[in-house]
Write a protein that binds this ligand. Structure first.
Ligand code: COA
Length: 281
């Protein structure tokens, strides 16, 4: 368990954070409200991302929820009704802070992120689910793009996020009907990587996190951020960007992984890159 100063500054109220064996477990903590996203969660999550960026013991970030819910989406009262009736400057600031943690920062976060969807997952929860690099759920979780059921469109960035992760027919079906679906369907449509029996969910996340921790973190960061950037580029632009990035990554890599990897394979013959990561110091 980490005792780092940064962690000690966190309120640990609307969001609980503990770091164990390299994993930062970030738990949305409003179980009585099914972890609906209120301003408290919004501002605390921004703080959490700030702190974890510099927390050396936190190698992989896992986002999950307290109780039987991942998140029931945006809090209809505290995120919509009350701020909508209040000061427009506060309203705008809240929107900005929310897109800040839910996708602007999370998509490009320098450390690997995994969403562990442990139950209800509705509406606005799809934003940070999709912004995480990877996702694991339990077979009996329930997902829904419920916006249509209460008379709004999936805004924020939900429609865009879903369209990037899931094919058109499935996206349109769930956006237009608001039908719920379970973990296995979430896996089948590509919204999560794995859906497993509930009892296996945490171990599945730990196994993936362990695999990620064996990789060079500097290169891992460039891989994930680069993935998002090249999606919006032409083939030529992407080729140029990636050519520059591979040079920059080698140049800046503090552990000079590419040199080590090549030498361990070609000279020492001590590993096979096709089958696993080079040995880090
Ligand atoms: N916003 C505000 N409050 C919410 C909420 C949300 N998105 N989701 C749940 N809550 C609150 C309920 O109002 C209730 O509060 P109360 O105890 O003060 O009355 C509490 O959380 C428990 O909700 P309840 O509906 O009794 O729980 P449940 O386990 O029977 O059902 C859900 C869980 C998630 C199916 C149901 O709460 C629901 O449909 N929530 C809305 C989901 C949604 O459409 N989200 C999209 C928002 S973008």
């Amino acid at each position: 368990m980490s005792e780092a100063k940064g962690l000690a500054t966190l309120p640990q109220k609307n969001v609980l954070v503990k770091v164990e064996d390299g994993i930062a477990w970030v738990t949305l903590n409003r179980p009585a409200k099914r972890n609906a996203i209120n301003p408290g969660i919004v501002y605390e999550m921004n703080q959490v991302l700030d702190v974890l960026e510099y927390e050396e013991d936190a190698k992989v970030i896992v986002i999950t929820g307290s109780g039987d819910s991942f998140s029931a989406g945006m809090d209809l009262k505290e995120y919509f009704r009350e701020p909508d009736a209040g000061n427009p400057v506060d309203r705008e600031r809240l929107n900005r802070a929310n897109s800040g943690w839910q996708w602007r920062r999370l998509m490009y976060y320098p450390k690997p992120t995994i969403a562990m969807v442990n139950g209800w997952c509705f509406g606005g929860a799809f934003q940070f689910l999709c912004a995480c690099d990877l996702a694991v759920t339990a077979d009996d979780s329930t997902f829904g793009l419920s916006e249509i059921n209460w008379g709004i469109i999936p805004a924020g960035i939900v429609t865009k996020s879903v369209s990037m992760a899931v094919n058109q027919r499935k996206s349109m079906y769930y956006i237009m009907t608001g039908d719920t679906f379970d973990g296995k369907e979430a896996e089948a449509i590509g919204l999560v990587n794995f859906s497993v029996p509930r009892a296996q969910m945490v171990d599945k996340v730990k196994t993936i996190a362990k695999k990620l921790m064996e990789k060079n973190p500097h290169v891992l960061r460039a891989c994930k951020v680069g993935y998002h950037y090249v999606r919006d580029m032409t083939m030529d632009m992407a080729a140029e960007y990636l050519a520059s990035k591979i040079d920059a990554t080698k140049f800046r890599d503090p552990e000079q992984g590419a040199v080590k990897g090549m030498s361990q394979f070609l000279d020492d013959k001590s590993y096979r890159p096709g089958l696993g990561a080079y040995k880090r110091d």
